[in-house]
Design a binder for this molecule. Sequence first.
Ligand code: NAP
Length: 280
Amino acid sequence: MKLQVIGDPVLHSKSPIIQGAMLAALGLDDITYTAHVVRRGELPQYLAWARKHGVAGFNATMPHKEDLIPLLDGIDPAARAVGAVNTVVLRDGRAIGHSTDGPGFAAALEHELRAKPRGLTVTLLGAGGAAKAVALALAQAGAARVYVCNRTLSRAEELCALDASGCLVPAGFDAESLAQCAARSALLVNCTSLGMEGCPGQFGDFSFLDALPGGAAVYDLIYHPAETRLLAQARRRGLEGRNGLSMLIWQGVLALEHFLDRPLDREKMADAAADALAHY
Ligand code: NAP
């Protein structure tokens, strides 16, 4: 069986390490998982090639997560809500898309921070693709309130309008708005690209961290660098902090369940992937 990850750029992707470690832990040495550069606009040709050459499924990263949707035979409700797919299963002549980013975040939260979304009040920074997946996963899992704080307020408003429960509340990204939201939150999640290696931009001011109640935690979706300035500042204030590696691992575990079409020992899979990444 052949599995792949496609994107542009993609050769830096950790998915081959993660999936390779899980497949090895399952003793499935005959299944390969490899990275392939597919440029924007090349998806129809890739899909035809993948079908012809017996690819059983693939993960998709930048810039394909949204462009794939019209080319698929079906998508699951989570992917439909987010408007993006990161996992495609090719089976019985059909291409079905899934989104494991949001469920992967929820699983990471539970395993890394021992926090359940139900009843939680969260300050979420950003309103891009990752923020959408995380915010909707939190809302669907019963979070009490998620303040979606974004530089471009209209994008936060559009994101919040996707959820009818009223759990998602748009807010600004200025110091005062961030502090007001943080003061009511047990968890702060960074879904912006601020602090990511190779990306422009950095938080100018971390005073919003002072507003978080004692015992609050900070989760940064970024894992490159392993410790962002946000996480370092959170730890300096005695707050628990985690980077996005666990989300990356857990979305991979859930993707593998889709590819193999069976439930896996998820913790064993996540441990195998984390171990492989630690030795990489
Ligand atoms: P995206 O769609 O491009 O969204 C970027 C977000 O960052 C937007 O909300 C944008 O605000 C905000 N932003 C960018 N520059 C800013 C600045 N100078 N000041 C304030 N806000 C700024 O990106 P994405 O796909 O959501 O990814 C976001 C981050 O999550 C990336 O670092 C990515 O690597 C990470 N990620 C991690 C995982 C994981 O598994 N751990 C999964 C997915 C993504 P505007 O709307 O105002 O432009």
